[in-house]
Design a protein around this ligand. Structure first.
Ligand SMILES: NC(=O)C1=CN([C@@H]2O[C@H](COP(=O)(O)OP(=O)(O)OC[C@H]3O[C@@H](n4cnc5c(N)ncnc54)[C@H](O)[C@@H]3O)[C@@H](O)[C@H]2O)C=CC1
Ligand SMILES: O=C(O)[C@@H]1CCC=N1
Length: 264
């Protein structure tokens, strides 16, 4: 039995991935704060809604998917009920495995995961790190759960905040870029729907080339950038507006925010 505690956006996305991967709805229980949310999840996915203590008592694997700010109170609520040896997977930004271990008592195997919303289309990037009591077996179990919904990478926990800033938040930067490019299309007099189509197909094509060609992004960009042509005119403006520096600063700020989240 797998329990998802705090089945909000990420919790539901992970759960729908598990269901697509062949886990039965009778093998999943979820916990929620609002009754209507629970009814919605049962209606949509056929999963059972239980209390946090019941989830902690009955499931072999607990996936904690509440906001970082709600993690301490959730852990305090379930700690009397988590039997020894149960795998606890924490999906929250910034929350360290030692934060979870300290509240669940001695010896609990904890794996920290940072995934992202493309879990909804089985294209997630999930990075995982073992806590001090998690073994190879726990990491393998976590990989088995997450690999049907995308790519899984093991990283040292010290890199989790950086990964949160890069791939956890990453999809938002691309959506933001698309918004900005569509605005540019509007500025140039293009109908909004057509502009969105053009930009979306460009980002999908570029992403697939990047993933499948094995070429470095610089090589791929150079292939588009003709001497004296249009692309270099645009890139000169991006450089003039320090877009690269803005990305460095933005992702560093996200990393710093992830570090702060465990302290509330
Ligand atoms: N949204 C995203 O792109 C990503 C989110 N995350 C992490 O996933 C976690 C959840 O984020 P979202 O799904 O976006 O938030 P959300 O707010 O949609 O989901 C959290 C859910 O937990 C419920 N909840 C809070 N306290 C609870 C309790 N004591 N018992 C039962 N349910 C409780 C809330 O009612 C809510 O439905 C966060 O820790 C976040 O850092 C990780 C990667 C990406
Ligand atoms: O913005 C956030 O805090 C969460 C974590 C990674 C993506 N969304």
């Amino acid at each position: 039995m797998i329990a998802i505690l705090g089945a909000g956006k990420m919790g539901e996305a992970l759960m729908s991935g598990l269901l697509r991967a062949g886990v039965g709805p009778d093998e999943i229980v979820v916990t929620v704060r609002r009754r209507e949310r629970g009814e919605e999840l049962t209606r949509r996915h056929g999963v059972r809604v239980v209390s946090n203590p019941e989830a902690a008592k009955t499931a072999d694997t607990l996936i904690l998917a509440v906001k970082p700010q709600d993690m301490a109170s959730l852990l305090d609520e379930i700690s009397p009920y988590v039997p020894a040896g149960r795998l606890v997977i924490s999906a929250a930004a910034g929350i360290t495995t030692s934060f979870v271990e300290a509240r669940l008592g001695d010896g609990v195997p904890v794996v920290r995961v940072m995934s992202n919303t493309p879990v909804l289309v089985d294209e997630a990037m999930s990075v995982i790190s073992a806590g001090s009591h998690a073994t190879e077996e726990h990491l393998r179990l976590t990989e088995e759960l997450l690999s049907p919904v995308g790519k899984v990478l093991r990283i040292p926990e010290a890199q989790q905040d950086a990964a949160t800033a890069l791939s956890g938040s990453g999809p938002a930067y691309f959506f933001y870029l698309v918004e900005a490019m569509v605005d540019a299309g509007i500025l140039l007099g293009m109908p909004r729907a057509a502009a969105l189509d053009m930009v979306t197909q460009s980002i999908v094509g570029a992403a697939i080339m990047l993933r499948d060609s094995g070429e470095h992004p610089v090589t791929l960009r150079e292939a588009v950038t003709s001497p004296g042509g249009t692309t270099i005119a645009a890139i000169a403006e991006l450089e003039r507006h320090s877009v690269r520096a803005a990305f460095l600063a933005a992702i560093e700020a996200a990393r710093d925010r992830s570090r702060e989240l465990a302290s509330g």
